[in-house]
Design a protein around this ligand. Structure first.
Ligand code: GRF
Length: 218
């Protein structure tokens, strides 16, 4: 097997998606290894979870830097030290500069709790309920300069129930996020895809390596 791609997960909060990536990457044939979990918030609960899982962790507190460039320079240094190859944003709540995004172009992905291009930005579940949509979901996409834009790698849909509120809907979507993100990282890390404009073409989940197929539906 070729070397597993060294992956950093950037978080700001509870880190449940980070945990699902860490768990998936435990399988020896998973094409990525989680080499670092970093948070811009030193008190992020996700950091504790990562530490307990034996992963290298770091806090890069954005508040102590004069601006975004300074913060990102520090983050970049950390990524260099850990020889990071790929980045997964998982509930990372800082906007990144175009320079940083460009540097990591094609090597940085994000999970968003909506079926993009619908509901970019925050409060996606509240907005979906207010619009009365019947289908909602989550998206993993390449990160580009525009917020929640970028070629879509994978999506999963869930039904919206009549008695849903933002919490129940969020929980249903989150369950799908935890299934989807490892699959998307697997696609990225295996390099088994092509990008043509906004279209990413990859193997169907059922064709992925066994360790990437956690809960896969073909
Ligand atoms: C998830 O809903 C993710 O889609 C969004 O932020 C939330 C992070 O949750 N980007 P967690 O920290 O992974 O539990």
């Amino acid at each position: 097997m070729t070397a597993r791609r060294r992956t950093a997960i950037l978080i700001s909060g509870r880190g449940s998606n980070m945990r699902s990536l860490v768990e998936a990457a435990r399988a020896p044939d998973f094409p990525a290894e989680v080499a670092l979990v970093a948070s811009n918030r030193p008190d992020a609960p996700g950091l504790t979870i990562a530490k307990q899982a034996g992963i290298a962790t770091a806090a890069v507190d954005h508040k102590i830097y004069a601006g975004r460039e300074e913060f990102e320079a520090s983050l970049q240094k950390l990524l260099d030290i850990h020889r990071i190859d790929l980045i997964c944003l998982a509930g990372f709540m800082r906007m990144l500069t175009a320079g940083f995004v460009e540097r990591w172009g094609g090597r940085m992905i994000n999970i968003h709790p909506a079926l993009l291009p619908a509901y970019r930005g925050l409060n996606t579940h509240e907005r979906a309920l207010a619009d009365g949509v019947k289908i909602h979901g989550c998206t993993v996409h390449f990160v580009v300069a525009g917020m929640d834009e970028g070629p879509i790698i994978a999506q999963a849909a869930v039904p919206v129930h009549d008695d849903d509120n933002a919490e129940t809907l969020a929980a249903r979507v989150l369950e799908e996020e935890h299934r989807l993100y490892p699959q998307a990282l697997c696609i990225l890390a295996s390099g088994d895809y092509t990008v043509d404009g906004n279209r990413v073409r990859s193997k169907l989940p059922g064709m992925l390596a066994p360790s990437c197929r956690i809960g896969a539906r073909d």
